[in-house]
Design a protein around this ligand. Sequence first.
Ligand code: GTP
Ligand code: MG
Length: 635
Amino acid sequence: MIRLINTSSGPVRLGSINFWVMDSTSMASVSLPVFARDLALSYHRAHFIPMSRRWTAPSLSAVSTMSSMRVSIVSSRFFISRSAKYEGFDDVYGHSMEDDYSISPSDAAQFMYDRTRQPQMSAFLDESDNIAEEDETGTEGQTYQRPALSDVDEIKLLSCLEEMHNVIGDSVPEHVLIDIVLKNNFDLSKSGHKVDAVTHYQHERGQRKEQLHMVVIGHVDAGKSTLMGHLLYSLGQVNKKTMHKYEQESKKLGKQSFVYAWILDETGEERSRGITMDIGLSKFETPSKVVTLLDAPGHKDFIPNMITGATQADVALMVVDATRGEFETGFESGGQTREHALLVRSLGVSQLGVVVNKLDTVGWSQERFQEIVSKLGAFLRQAGFREPDVSYVPCSGLTGQNLVCAPTEDELLHWYHGPCLLEVIDKFRSPERPISKPFRLSVNDIFKGTGSGFCVSGRVETGMVHAGDKVLVQPQNEAAIVKALTIDEMPVQVAFAGDQVSATLSGIDMQNVSVGYILCDPVKSISVTSHFEARIVVFNITVPITKGYSVVLHHQSLVEQAVITKLVSQLHKSSGEIVKRRPRCLPKNSSAVVELHTSRPICMELYKDVKELGRLMLRIGGVTVAAGLVTKIYH
Ligand code: GTP
Ligand code: MG
């Protein structure tokens, strides 16, 4: 226990106060500057807070955590003089100062006494003096003083603002726009250029090929990694020397058939077990696109990793094994072919390429290809894929047939004259990028970078971000600075919606950021809630959903416990009309509106505002039971 003892002689003197500070092993003399206001507050909180420095609200609450060290004041004289002199201050400083503010663990850590770090008590107190004062500029609630302008300039300003609003909406605060207009002397072409995200995007990326994120999905051992590894090798992304090394090493392990899969399965465990466990990331180019490839694991134990990949994807490539019996295993219930297709569809992927793989094992049979196409076609239509958005391509990942050029195998050439896999990928439509919406980045990974600070990686869902921007990390509600941005390990100054980026953050502790958190615009922050309404589609479940049903909610990369607290209505599956209000349960394959409560607050957007962040999935015991869209957020 640390005890603060007032050693001033006579009545407490305003200006400074001397203490002996001691714990069980050491003792130090300190002098703290104290003003009248401090004493009132100090008494109330049982702390001394030097108000000679400007304490802003978060710092004040940080100091309040000193109570966790059980700081106590042992001087009755001090109390007496306080009560006589500072009557009425409790009104000013209220009784719930600290209740109003929350304190992050990193802030708290600064004030925690750690004997190993601070062997001397005096060092601890010195440290508290070093707390940086918060910068008040730019804080919310500060009122912006509009500069005085002549009537003509005022009109010019208003017309410039109106034009800018027409282009960018309300995503940029008024005072920022005014500053820009004035700086550029009412020249809208210059001003607009700075703030118009779309123009900025055109300027930065106009000349480049379109970007596309593609996730490769399918049942375990369908040949996803082999197919994509071979495609990368055929495109010259992997040099011959590396390939030769993989060949030798895989032979030694008795896993020679996995040699192409090793290009994407990079960890020792993945290679020795012969299965993909985490998303394999790579990049290649088609004639019109730069494709970011996300090779998902097919094993059902790694579904959360597969979902992480699917949340970043614009389109999906589904690989099915044409071998007799294998396609059936993957397609029947419990197989991942259906599960993956439903998952990507509910995550908003609408374009799908289906690779009927390993056709070499069935002698390039057209009949088998047609059989698979018709079975899958019926299912995919039910799952919500439009027929023109699905294309089927026969391949063999191992032999490399029909990957980057027309097949050479006579038996296949005999009946197939369609596009090869690379052409199918090239024909996918790139999605529109919601660049002019407020900035949102969903965090998929956190790691220690090489320099100071730490890095988060994820996809910019909406808006854009510059290196040097201040961002808000939600749901923690903590500010951070984006010190640097990299795309594919190349440093960039700006990243736009749709980009997969790594951002180096400073001003925030690494422990305060988790996978699933959202970095967002500090002015237009994302909603944080633990109660919302969603329209869901119930999958093929065995036990009907009832009120009070516990589920695991997947929202982007976030995984959170949730409870269905209300069954609002059951809807007609195709028309969406209400068929029953307050149903007692939701059977399999039904549609409904439900209310959900999560155990902790999470970031949410309405589906109608930001599609990418308004979708969710509900899973139980490793099985997806429903997918849905957020329709209402309760605060
Ligand atoms: P997970 O990532 O674990 O779900 O597996 P995967 O879908 O990535 O399969 P992977 O590429 O690891 O291949 C699994 C096995 O299928 C390997 O032994 C491959 O050699 C074999 N394989 C892949 N493609 C073909 C093919 O076109 N023909 C034949 N005959 N075998 C193939
Ligand atoms: Mg794989």
